[in-house]
Write a protein that binds this ligand. Structure first.
Ligand SMILES: Nc1ncnc2c1ncn2[C@@H]1O[C@H](COP(=O)(O)OP(=O)(O)O)[C@@H](O)[C@H]1O
Ligand SMILES: [Mg+2]
Length: 279
């Protein structure tokens, strides 16, 4: 089977100065659910931006659906046929909802994608209403997206992606800023989309969700290289790897009078008492 995304020795540097990815080689196949794991600043968002053809490799090659993706061939014309095909195939959830939202109402935000597909007006209306009902955000549909809470904004962003029914979903820190109930809701949504055969690639440093939403994981190190590309269970059991990638850290602290050392996932809050002089 041909990969849908194929990265060959891809490196990316911002402004010729800030290295974000180094020599990444990886393939992604239709119907897979893959987690991209890494500490803050490791390069997860940059990797997703390359997969979404928002950034082009500084060096190396990126192929999407068998087509080499380069600035010259991809983004030159609005009516570029491949560009259009790509944008209907792939939906991208930005880490920061404020970058994604631009319409004056939630309804318009969600209708934007279907409108771009030149669907008949009643079909646009129906798709938009269906997604609004599916996400249970009827109460938000006349509101201004930029006036919503962080979690509400995220839901609207997700709705605006789903309304075009893409085969591939690229999700950048999807649970970030969501309360526990919304996180559970989102994980269930991702699981249902997986069952429908969607390809879902999720960047996260939240180790608690990895095995729930993906079967394969790539770990990006702080040196911006891919440390491991393997099944989730083996990645999650590789404590040395998770520590070296700064996804888990050894933490010294006190429980009452007892001082000891143990491991923490970065995502977990803890309420232990920190005594004086404890690292
Ligand atoms: N627009 C930008 N300009 C300059 N450097 C950037 C920019 N975006 C990201 N970087 C740098 O690239 C590296 C990778 O960032 P990013 O892909 O956002 O990591 P992650 O999503 O894993 O936190 C970081 O060192 C970051 O500072
Ligand atoms: Mg990021």
């Amino acid at each position: 089977m041909e990969p849908i995304f194929d990265l060959r020795n891809v490196s990316y540097t911002y402004l010729r100065r800030f290295e974000a990815l180094r020599d990444v080689t990886a393939s992604f196949y239709a119907g897979e659910q893959v987690a991209i794991l890494g500490a803050n600043g490791s390069g997860k968002s940059t990797l997703l931006a390359i997969l979404n053809a928002l950034n082009y490799p500084t060096s190396g090659e990126f192929y999407a659906f068998g087509t080499p993706i380069k600035e010259e061939v991809f983004d030159t014309l609005e009516d570029n046929k491949f560009n259009r095909f790509f944008r209907t195939k792939v939906g991208f959830l930005f880490q920061n909802p404020d970058i994604q939202l631009f319409s004056s109402t939630v309804f318009d935000e969600i209708a934007f994608g279907p409108l771009q597909l030149d669907l008949p007006p009643d079909e646009v209306q129906k798709r938009t209403e269906d997604v609004i009902a599916m996400l249970g955000i009827e109460n938000l549909q006349d509101r201004a997206p930029h006036m919503l809470s962080g979690g509400e904004k995220k839901k609207v962003c997700i709705a605006s992606i789903l309304s075009t029914n893409p085969d591939v979903l690229l999700l950048d820190e999807p649970t970030g800023g969501l309360d526990p109930r919304s996180q559970v809701w989102l994980i269930e949504l991702i699981q249902n989309l997986s069952k429908c055969g969607k390809t879902i690639i999720t960047a996260t440093h939240d180790l608690d969700i990895v095995e729930q939403i993906s079967t394969r994981a790539l770990v990006v190190g702080e040196d911006h290289t891919i440390k491991v590309d393997a099944d989730c269970a083996s990645v999650m059991n590789n404590m040395d790897l998770l520590i070296s990638a700064n996804l888990v850290h050894r933490h010294k602290h006190r429980h009452g009078k007892l001082q000891h050392e143990h491991l923490h996932a970065h995502s977990r809050e803890h309420d232990h008492v920190h005594g004086p002089g404890v690292a």
